[in-house]
Design a protein. Structure first.
Length: 364
């Protein structure tokens, strides 16, 4: 067995239910560094150290709407394996999309790494066509129909709930049930978060504007606690500050890995499916104005390699989009819950969604 195969066997594939949860991350970061070296062929491993085979003068500037804690390790692995100097600007996906639109052809960005399809759709006219070989690594639903961006990982919307005060049987069949006054003061949400806004886009597509506005106003009437993003909602659920939070699936697993089985929160995939179980992609594209397109394409190829995809599956508990990548036992397979059949294009109306949020009085 070669060294790559030996490392891959450390990570067990499974389709086990959500109840089987590991107590620690199955893949240490060092493993990914070694794999990056072995697969890229541009560095050598010596006594547990990574030594670049050569120092590159190439540079890459990334605008990332994904948080540093989630993606910086894999971004830096690419830099260490290739010797390429990488600069990353981290901010909210919508903010970065607005920045790109303002900068236009003067943007220093080579890559836009967005948390959701809406952000990518907003600047799609600024992106360069990607190589067919890159696009075809992922399913049709996980890439731009125009060939301008590609999904790098999948995330599911879910409801995180406090297991000391609630069971799944206490939770409504779909998201609209949370407009019931009995949930007043018990809900957390992050209306400015890109993934939350993608869920609202799904609502608008599936329910129509009138029902979506009723949902937004109904939740608003229930005095939800407002958070800047997903992580503090999971923490707040665990302490009893709120009973439920509207989040992406993988944030809980990071807490479980650190705190163990006693952590008093679990995910609930709405029984009826619907917008609250929307499966989204985080994706990236190359700016047409970039002077480093070849390097940018190499970055996308790395993120879609077994190394990159195994990182998302094993370290951030997201869904890999490339076939043949093993997933941890903690990750509920997409076939294990009901989720809507909705196209990426239907999730791309970021401006329309933000208008609805303002109209409902949720955001200024």
């Amino acid at each position: 067995m070669d060294r790559v195969s030996a490392f891959l066997t450390l990570f067990s594939s499974t389709k086990s239910p959500l109840s089987a949860r590991p107590k620690s991350h199955p893949w240490p970061l060092f493993t990914f560094l070694i794999l990056a070296v072995l697969l890229a062929g541009c560095s050598v491993a010596v006594e547990n150290e990574i030594v670049p085979a050569s120092i590159s003068s190439e540079k890459l500037t990334i605008y990332s709407g994904r948080s540093s804690s989630l993606v910086d390790p894999i971004i830096q692995q690419f830099g260490q394996a290739t010797g390429i100097e990488i600069a990353v600007k981290y901010a909210n996906t919508a903010q970065l999309a607005a920045t790109l639109l303002e900068e236009g052809d003067r943007t220093p960005a080579d890559i836009f790494f967005a948390q959701d399809p809406g952000g990518l759709a907003a600047v799609e006219h600024m992106l360069a066509p990607l190589d067919t070989a890159v696009l075809e690594k992922v399913p049709d639903w996980a890439r731009s129909s125009e060939g301008k961006w590609v999904g790098l990982s999948g995330r599911a919307r879910t409801v995180v709930f406090n297991t000391e005060t609630l069971t799944e049987a206490d939770l409504p069949d779909d998201m609209f049930g949370f407009t019931d006054p009995k949930w007043k003061g018990r809900i957390g949400w992050a209306p400015t978060n890109a993934s939350f806004q993608t869920m609202v886009s799904a609502m608008n597509s599936m329910w129509g504007e009138e029902k979506t506005l009723r949902w937004l106003k109904g939740i608003q009437a229930n005095d939800p606690k407002v958070y800047p993003k997903n992580t503090p909602q999971v923490a707040a659920v665990s302490t009893g500050e709120i009973d439920v939070g509207f989040v992406n699936h993988y944030y809980l697993f990071r807490f479980l890995a650190e705190e163990g089985e006693s952590f008093p929160a679990r995910n609930y995939h709405p029984r009826a499916g619907g917008p609250g179980a929307t499966v989204m992609v985080a994706g990236a594209g190359v700016l047409a104005a970039s002077e480093n397109k070849e390097v940018a394409h190499r970055f996308l190829e790395f993120m879609l390699s077994k190394v990159g995809q195994q990182y998302f599956a094993g370290q951030t508990f997201e869904y890999p989009l490339v076939e043949g990548v093993n997933t941890p036992k903690v990750l509920t397979p997409l076939s294990g819950f009901t989720h809507p059949d909705i196209t990426i294009k239907e999730l791309g109306d970021l401006k329309g969604t933000q208008d609805l949020l303002r109209q409902a009085g949720v955001t200024p």
